[in-house]
Design a protein around this ligand. Structure first.
Ligand SMILES: [Zn+2]
Length: 163
């Protein structure tokens, strides 16, 4: 948000409380906020303004109040965007995670090591990993150790976190 855009928001916020944001005592406060708001996305302006309508009076620390409102806007943006992003980003199939199957084998010393393998079912893992199916891994003495049991699990987790 540049100075001009913030000035518009500043005036609108003050108008909510019947104030003129351009008085000499307010200009100093305005200038002190400029650094703080420079990273704020201009499209968040309407949302930020709406937040101020809930306040009983003009906050003393305008920079913080604007920042708080912006943080809220961002967290809502993120939440609204996440499900779609996951759909597009996710590759692989229901037998792997993003093209990888993780499996462990116990070494001679008794330590269990987990290795990533390219998914032999969909073949979408990176070529530098050996490609194996779950069945091939089991036959080779590996135990399947997926970080999450299946992609469906993380889908459910994502939607749970939203509520
Ligand atoms: Zn797969």
């Amino acid at each position: 948000m540049n100075e001009q855009q913030f000035l518009g928001l500043w005036k609108n916020i003050h108008a909510i409380f019947g104030m003129d944001g351009m008085g000499s005592n307010r200009l100093e406060a305005f200038n002190s906020c400029l650094d703080r708001v420079s990273h704020i996305a201009p499209e968040a302006g309407d949302f930020i303004l709406e937040r101020f309508r809930d306040f009983d009076r003009l906050p003393l620390n305008m920079g913080k109040a604007v920042q708080d409102a912006y943080d809220l806007w961002r967290s809502r943006q993120k939440r609204n965007r996440q499900p779609t992003e996951n759909l597009f980003k996710r590759k692989g199939c229901e037998r792997c995670i993003d093209g990888y199957i993780y499996a462990s084998r116990t070494s001679g010393g008794g330590y269990e090591y987990v290795y990533p393998f390219g998914c032999g079912h969909c073949g979408q893992g990176n070529d530098s990993f050996p490609e194996m199916t779950r069945e091939q891994l089991s036959r080779a003495g590996y135990v399947i150790r997926m970080p999450l049991e299946s992609p469906e699990v993380c889908e459910i987790e994502t939607s749970c976190r939203e509520y």
